[in-house]
Design a protein around this ligand. Structure first.
Ligand code: ADP
Length: 471
């Protein structure tokens, strides 16, 4: 019991191919053994049946013959051997028990037969017959009484069921050998089949072992079949595609971020060097350096805040508190703050419809600020910025329209990419920015199931709108 438990435990932790091989071999072996046992019993049964049939046949024929001779006063007992089927031995005993006819005197004597009688013969034997074992042979006997001329004769029919029990022994050995060969064959075939079936898994394991961050291009070969392993290989490859895209995005993000941070740090270092050399003696340099350091560190602070926001959103750690909000209050608030802090542009709030939306107050405000900051940044001084928040059916459309430099059509998709900034003769690259604002706005819109639309013409202005579902 303990050994069996140990074996089962070992099997539990063994390779799938070993398990399949063992299960396959056990099933095949059981089936083969069952077939062999049935064949063995069938053979046995057939031989008993044959002996039984020849005995009964001989007995019936002899009976008929005796009936036809009943009228004869002189019974020709010698002729009753004629209807016997070959292999059947007949002995006729008179009323005193003396053998008067013996068709085969060399055959087993009645005493020996009776000495070898089996008490519990196999269940398929005919119960009207006696079965005896002698040496290696099994013998059937059937008795019949016959009265003639007032005297009772006893007819005893014998038939050897098996010429030799060794035949069965031989058959048994052959079947055991077949069983053993079958077991070996099943184990071999099982091992081969399981190896063949599970080969893609080994390939997958090897591929996975060879994959590293610097080497993400390896893929598993997908066979043109439709089985589970092909599906697994496809899923594995898709997962690698996604991981590779994610890692590349991450790497680009890190290198872009470091690149963006390099500039302000270099400027700050340059001015601080200047300050330490001449700053104390030259008030002009002092003033210029302090202003530059202040402005660059503000830029850096904004960049770091935006980077942190995106890093949190990438890890799904950016907290969003969804609640029912009156959008007109938020628009009012954002508009008031913006107009108070902007003296260079005219800001107008044309429409501000009331509607309840389900949103996170902080990030919605942040998104609106990004649109307004951009409108101010990319519109020459004195320009007008118009805000509209108009209810239309099941949504509200919040838009910010400026009269600024506009965005070329080919760039209108790209401006939502991280770190993308338009760099051409028409745009003013002096304008400070990080290229992260709109990607943050896009993330916020996506989180709220909102859609951003851009309508812009180069040199004429831009209208950026967001479609907000009403609760
Ligand atoms: P940033 O403004 O910090 O550069 P954003 O992600 O907010 O970054 O914007 C990306 C780019 O899209 C900007 O650099 C600018 O070229 C362009 N852009 C955004 N808003 C406007 C606008 N209202 N008018 C013109 N160009 C714009």
């Amino acid at each position: 019991m303990n050994l069996l438990r140990k074996i089962l435990k070992k099997l539990h932790y063994s390779k799938i191919s070993t398990k399949i091989t063992i299960i396959y071999a056990i099933c095949f072996f059981t089936l083969l053994t069952l077939t062999n046992v049935l064949a063995w019993f069938g053979f046995y049964f057939a031989i008993y049946q044959q002996a039984e049939r020849t005995l009964l046949f001989s007995m019936r024929n002899t009976e008929k013959l005796l009936e036809s001779m009943e009228q004869d006063t002189n019974l020709d007992l010698q002729s009753i051997r004629d209807p016997l089927v070959p292999g059947v031995v007949l002995r006729v005993l008179d009323s005193k028990g003396k053998i008067i006819i013996d068709t085969d005197p060399n055959y087993l004597s009645i005493e020996r037969f009776e000495g070898g009688l089996i008490k519990d013969p196999p269940f398929w034997t005919n119960k009207t017959m006696d079965v005896a074992e002698y040496k290696n042979a099994t013998i059937y006997r059937v008795n019949k009484n016959f009265i003639h001329d007032g005297e009772t004769f006893k007819l005893e029919f014998f038939r050897t069921i098996t010429a030799q029990n060794s035949l069965f022994e031989q058959l048994k050995n052959i079947l055991i050998a077949i069983d053993f060969i079958g077991l070996m064959l099943a184990a071999g075939i099982g091992y081969f089949i399981s190896r063949k079936i599970l080969q893609p898994i080994s390939t997958m394991t090897r591929t996975a072992q060879n994959i590293a961050i610097e080497n993400m291009n390896t893929r598993i070969e997908v066979k043109p079949t439709n089985d589970e392993l092909t599906y697994l290989a496809k899923t594995f490859n898709n997962m690698l595609d996604r991981l590779q895209a994610g890692i590349m995005q991450q790497q680009r993000f890190v290198s872009d971020a470091s690149h963006e941070l390099k500039n302000p740090v270099a400027v700050i270092r340059g001015y601080s060097d200047m300050l330490s050399r001449w700053g104390a003696s030259d008030p002009k340099i002092l003033n210029e350096s302090v202003e530059a350091i202040k402005s660059e560190s503000e830029n850096m602070q904004q960049l770091i805040e935006q980077l942190l926001f995106l890093a949190r959103s990438d890890q799904s750690k950016q907290p969003l508190k969804m609640e029912s909000l009156n959008i007109s209050e938020i628009v009012d608030d954002v508009f008031n703050k913006m107009s108070k802090t902007t003296s260079t542009h005219k800001i107008e709030l044309l429409h501000n419809d009331e509607a309840i939306i389900l949103a996170d107050k902080v990030t919605i405000r942040q998104m609106m600020r990004i649109f307004l900051d951009n409108a101010v940044k990319y519109t020459p001084e004195g320009g007008t910025i118009k805000i509209n928040s108009i209810k239309d059916g099941d949504h509200i459309k919040f838009s910010v329209a400026d009269t600024g430099i506009g965005i070329a059509e080919e760039n209108q998709e790209k401006i939502f990419d991280r770190f993308f900034r338009v760099k051409d003769s028409t745009s003013n690259n002096e304008i400070s920015g990080t290229g992260l604002g709109l990607s943050i706005a896009k993330w916020i819109a996506d989180q709220h199931n909102m859609k951003i639309e851009i309508n812009s013409e180069l040199g004429k202005g831009t209208t950026i709108s967001v479609i907000i579902p009403i609760k």
